[in-house]
Design a protein around this ligand. Structure first.
Ligand code: ADP
Ligand code: ZN
Ligand code: ZN
Length: 813
């Protein structure tokens, strides 16, 4: 018996192993098996299929062990992997890497990490497990070969698997998972006392231990105000001791448990929908349903604050009631926390949240609950697409236009929205794309009648769309240009908002203090030593930093070219804007939301909560403030530098600029009264500004479509970009030229390049790019991918180009 096995590596194809007789009854697709590759590298791979015959060319090695008794996933997931690998030009092993939680992956490189949450009770462990657990508890981490030595056996994977299943350890992925969760001791009430009569009974008949009663009362108070209670919080508040708390826990009144800070609580499985759709929402819902009768994909084009989430919620309810599962995707982890609070209210224990920042155990837990159908709704970012759904009925891709749906690094460079459409079809599921600013591609698909289109053109509660005003920066006297980031008009508007006790968002697309420094004498600009980019000054850290590779440099006081000490800071980053606003409005509470100020997931949540509770008046931020967040009291949004948005050199620049400005505008005036948006810009005649001003997506679409047609860009073509990287510029260029020669045979008129991108050196690697614009013809596209793969093999088999990295990117963003 022979099996094709996927192992988590970038191999050109899957390999075959033989199954020894005694294991033949336990193998089937989706089961993990332990295999050896090369001399002694071991992997837990996944069986893709049982092969009908022995491969002709070679004698496969035996698999060593079978690790699972039932498949880890369903055939649909394996099909999705295969499709992604083929479409996005990578290996199924790379897809596997991205798809399954680290605790389900094992290889010689794996490191086992002691699980700090684990109790020190080892009574449930077998002998071999016990030995390893003890060592782990002592050393906190073990490499696989150390486990082998400990057990004096090479047969360790089954033991490790049991240890992971029993929560003794995690598998740590050196490169990826730097996330360390915060463990906290939480106190909860024994569910028995959720019954009010029982609780009253308990309190009324309390006889001894008054201190414990006080503790319990403190708990009840805290849980009301805080929603969650940690041990330190409770002890401080009640002035009690840990022993007294333990007393209550021994009596079975309070429960003490350790868990990660952001782990979501288990809630009862029930549906509670406590709102009524507006007439417009109701109509949209009906149209979506009707759309699904004819086409599996529907685009909901709903203006900002039209209440798309409520429409989704109603739709989700219908699928749950039919016993189906729903995947609700958002482009970014950051967005999940606000939405999950809204959804948990409605779907309680039916819903789970899943993304790469969860701890490995938790991810496996959700994996299993999705697999057995217990979890009905998953809210997640890109990677949640890979969960082993059993009866998927609906996929929602909210903010479908968002570029974060496309994975950049590493492979698979897949677009989760597009992959979702393929994946959904495997289940005959429906797919709902939602956005206030749809992507040109999706809207085009509607125009071509591939997707149905539903419009939700009014905001909920008849709130009007914000009024957009353009402020001409050319009118600012030139001697003031370098000094002021906020025009008098914007300052006045902020003042007014603050007087009305409203909130303000200021959007600036650059983080840091000043985007670059320039020598006043000779014009020299400090650059990164590893990348071809200028360095950004960060004032709080007092460092210059490269936003491409992250290297930080001490602040430069002397010009490297002329020795002068006279520098000017150019342009404004969020940090500087925050400072300027603070000077202008000393009494306002100001916060900043960007990559530097919100590092952890919790920081982001906390800041959003502060802003929601109006404990911040002015929020200065980058892209992070743009996306999908719902704040009630914002009535002014300022776009500080729209020129910076309109001047990109990318074929999507107009689409992106519109999305960005329309979305950030959408944060204004969501609940009560009309909001205002002020856009500061020099290039006031840019057509996109007009479209934003009128909130007119259709005009943008028409304008953009004719541009795309003229220059052969998507949606009229498919793009494949191939990037070549090497530390020597000419080596990368040569390799790119070889590929270009190969492509010229069949794709001469479609291939462009090689050319250097705007930033042509990153992390000491020089970059060259080839861009291929293909007609939308599946055969031609397939042929082209084949050609690229073949040329890649040819180039890489030449010693001279061994160090060249070749990265194909299909549908680059
Ligand atoms: P969108 O996602 O379309 O921008 P949201 O779903 O965030 O809009 O809705 C905007 C606001 O209006 C939210 O605060 C939401 O709770 C509220 N809202 C929308 N529809 C309803 C409804 N049917 N009943 C009550 N509140 C609603
Ligand atoms: Zn100089
Ligand atoms: Zn750099």
């Amino acid at each position: 018996m022979f099996v094709e096995v996927i192992i988590p590596l970038a191999l050109p194809k899957n390999y075959t192993w033989a199954v020894p007789l005694h294991l033949q009854n336990s193998v089937q697709p989706g089961i993990r098996v332990e295999v050896v590759l090369g001399k002694n590298k071991r992997y837990a791979g996944i069986i893709k299929k049982i092969l009908p015959a022995k491969p002709e060319a070679f004698q496969p090695k035996d698999i060593l062990n079978v690790l699972d008794t039932e498949p880890l996933l369903y055939p649909q997931q394996l099909q999705l992997w295969e499709w992604i690998a083929q479409y996005y030009m990578c290996s199924e092993g790379e897809v596997m890497q991205a798809a399954i939680p680290s605790n389900l992956k094992l290889s010689s490189e794996s490191i086992l990490i002691w699980n700090e949450e684990r109790e020190l009770d080892f009574s449930d462990l077998g002998d071999a497990e016990y030995i390893v657990a003890e060592a782990l508890e002592l050393k906190k981490e073990l490499r696989l070969n150390e486990v082998q030595q400990l057990l004096d056996s090479s047969n360790v994977y089954p033991v490790i698997k049991k240890l992971i299943d029993k929560g003794v350890c995690h598998v740590w992925e050196e490169l990826k998972d730097k996330y360390k969760e915060k463990i906290e001791t939480y106190i909860t009430l024994n569910p028995v006392y959720h019954n009010e009569d029982k609780l009253a009974d308990l309190l009324n008949n309390w006889s001894k231990a008054p201190k414990q009663m006080e503790l319990l009362l403190s708990y009840l108070h805290l849980i009301k105000t805080e929603g969650e209670v940690t041990q330190p919080q409770l002890l401080t508040k009640s002035n009690a001791s840990a022993a007294q708390l333990k007393g209550l826990s021994d009596k079975g009144i309070l429960v003490i448990e350790k868990r990660a800070r952001d782990r979501i609580r288990t809630l009862p499985k029930s549906i509670q929908i406590d709102f009524i759709l507006s007439a417009a929402q109701e109509k949209a819902l009906l149209e979506i349903r009707n759309g699904f009768l004819e086409k599996p994909v529907c685009l909901l084009h709903g203006v900002t604050a039209s209440g798309k989430t409520e429409v989704y919620t109603k739709l989700i309810e219908e699928y749950i009631l039919q016993g189906k599962q729903v995947l609700y995707m958002l482009p970014e982890i950051a967005l999940t926390s606000q939405i999950i609070r809204r959804l948990q209210k409605h779907f309680g224990g039916y819903i789970a949240i899943y993304h790469s920042k969860f701890n490995p155990n938790e991810r496996v837990e959700i994996w299993n609950k999705v697999k057995n159908g217990e979890t009905k709704v998953v809210l997640g970012a890109r990677s949640s697409l890979f969960l082993p759904f059993k009866e998927l009925g609906l996929i929602i891709a909210d903010e479908e236009h968002d570029a974060s749906y496309k994975q950049q690094e590493p492979a698979p460079r897949y677009h989760a929205r597009d992959a979702a459409i393929y994946y959904g079809a495997l289940f005959k599921a429906n797919i709902l794309l939602g956005s206030a600013t749809p992507s040109i591609e999706s809207y085009y698909n509607c125009a071509q009648h591939k997707y149905s289109l539903v419009r939700l053109a009014e905001r909920f509660g008849q709130v009007e769309l914000p009024q957009i005003e353009i402020i001409d920066l050319k009118k600012v006297p030139s001697k003031e240009k370098g000094k002021i980031a906020l025009t008098p008009a914007l300052i006045t508007a902020i003042e007014t908002s603050l007087q009305q006790k409203k909130q303000v968002i200021l959007f600036q697309n650059r983080r840091g203090y000043s985007p670059y420094l320039i020598c006043n004498t000779c014009g020299w600009i400090p650059q990164c030593q590893h990348c071809d980019v200028t360095l950004t000054y960060h004032k709080a850290k007092n460092k210059l930093s490269c936003h491409y590779c992250g290297t930080a440099y001490p602040v430069i006081n002397t010009c490297a070219a002329c020795g002068s000490h006279d520098f000017t800071q150019k342009n404004f980053g969020t940090e500087k804007i925050e400072e300027m606003v603070a000077e202008q409005f000393p009494d306002a509470k100001i916060a900043r939301m960007d990559y530097d100020s919100v590092k952890g997931k919790n920081d982001h949540d906390a800041l959003i909560k502060l802003f929601e509770q109006q404990r911040v008046d002015i929020l200065v931020g980058t892209q992070m403030v743009v996306k999908g967040l719902d704040f009630e009291h914002v009535n002014l949004v300022g776009i500080v530098d729209a020129d910076g948005i309109l001047n990109f050199t990318d074929f999507r620049v107009n689409e992106r600029a519109f999305q960005l400005m329309e979305q950030v505008s959408g944060r204004s005036g969501r609940k009560d009264g009309k909001g205002t948006v002020l856009i500061q810009v020099s290039n006031i005649h840019h057509p996109v500004l007009q479209f934003v001003k009128e909130h007119d997506f259709k005009q943008l679409f028409a304008f953009e479509l004719s541009n795309r047609k003229e220059f052969d860009y998507p949606p009229f073509t498919r793009l494949i970009q191939v990037t070549f990287k090497h530390k020597e510029k000419h080596i990368a260029e040569e390799a790119a030229n070889i590929m270009m020669q190969g492509l010229k045979l069949n794709f001469a008129s479609q291939s462009n390049g090689p050319a250097q991108p705007v930033v042509d050196r990153v992390r000491n690697q020089y970059l060259w790019e080839i861009l291929i614009k293909l007609p939308k013809d599946a055969k031609r596209i397939h042929l082209c991918k084949k050609e690229i793969q073949q040329q890649t093999i040819i180039i890489q088999s030449n010693k001279r180009y061994r160090g060249v990295t070749i990265l194909p990117d299909v549908d680059p963003i």
